[in-house]
Write a protein that binds this ligand. Structure first.
Ligand code: CDT
Length: 311
């Protein structure tokens, strides 16, 4: 049984300092400790505002949102407090690394165990949005400009009594994300997101669909892979953009067992029995028994659609 605290964050202002944000994360960790949590999941880019919504001409302005060390001077306190409480955590952040003389920037998250050791890292694979400045837009979504595509695949780790995996925001909309981890026996997928509540980048949609698609993606991913899914929002009006909340914890049955109520810092808690994954893993979704990978070639052969020939 893993008691999970999904630590939703309200908006983070563009000029909020790392220390101010870390203080908010520490308050959530303390609350999680009082409530008996084993594991706390923070959102995507949990240390800063969602900066891809702005176009910056100067790379230095972008780089100030990135971490070059994890833990770093401001985030060390998180590791210390979590270890003191004996709580593991998942944290999303912008990661900058030097690789063979080249600077790489990723939208990343780490998994830290109850002793404060980093046991896993994931780098976001599905980067939404656009690479060019589009001034006609109300806000930008420049993930394709500011981040490199993640290069670590979709690993899982044996830790905290289970098989744990992570993904980030837009990844949750893609069945491949869940299946890659499902094929490694994942029992809990942690993910944070920053999703506008209105006026999605790809054009007008009725506002109620943001919540529907959020739930639909995670509930399907959970059920079809017999895993817990912990989805954690950055919510509220951030830099003039209304971000949806809807933090939720989904059981391997696909049922939502806990859900956020606010657009603020809020801890959503559920006791997650990892053995509850076993039923579907051993029956309808016994992959070894029922999958037919020979018939799935197109999934890795092509990114785009290959239409049938015209008559
Ligand atoms: N951060 C992130 O990946 N956000 C995208 C925005 C899409 S606009 C509805 C997401 O898929 O939620």
């Amino acid at each position: 049984m893993v008691t999970v605290g999904a630590a939703q964050l309200g908006p983070i202002a563009r000029d909020e300092t790392r220390s101010q944000v870390v203080d908010r994360l520490l308050a959530l960790l303390d609350r999680a400790h009082e409530r008996g949590c084993d594991l706390v999941v923070f959102p995507e880019l949990a240390l800063t505002t969602f900066f891809p919504r702005w176009y910056f001409e100067n790379q230095d302005e972008i780089d100030r949102f990135f971490e070059t060390a994890m833990p770093g001077p401001e985030t060390q306190a998180l590791f210390d407090r979590a270890a003191e409480h004996g709580i593991g955590f998942c944290l999303g952040f912008a990661e900058m690394v030097e690789n063979g003389g080249e600077t790489q920037r990723f939208n990343s998250c780490i998994l830290v165990d109850k002793s404060g050791a980093i046991v896993g890292k994931y780098r976001k694979v599905h980067l939404p949005g656009h690479a060019d400045h589009l001034p006609e837009r109300k806000w930008q979504h420049l993930e394709k400009a500011y981040f490199d595509v993640g290069d670590l695949g979709f690993p899982v780790w044996r830790t905290m009594g289970g098989i744990m995996g992570m993904c980030i925001c837009n990844d949750r909309r893609w069945p491949e994300t869940y299946r890659m981890m499902g094929l490694q026996g994942v029992e809990m997928i942690m993910l944070g997101y920053n999703t506008p509540a209105t006026e999605p980048p790809w054009g007008f949609e009725p506002t109620h669909l943001a919540g529907l698609h959020n739930n639909l993606s995670m509930q399907a991913g959970a059920y079809q892979n017999a895993t817990w899914v912990i989805g954690v929002a950055k919510a509220g009006n951030e830099g003039g953009c209304d971000m949806m909340g809807g933090t939720l914890i989904v059981a391997p049955t696909g049922e939502i067992v806990a859900q956020g109520r606010t657009l603020e810092d809020e801890l959503v808690i559920a006791d997650c029995d990892l053995d509850a994954c076993n039923h579907y893993k051993n029956t309808v979704f016994n992959f070894a028994e029922h999958r037919q990978p020979d018939q799935y070639g197109l999934i890795t052969e092509t990114a785009g659609v290959i239409l049938p020939p015209d008559d």
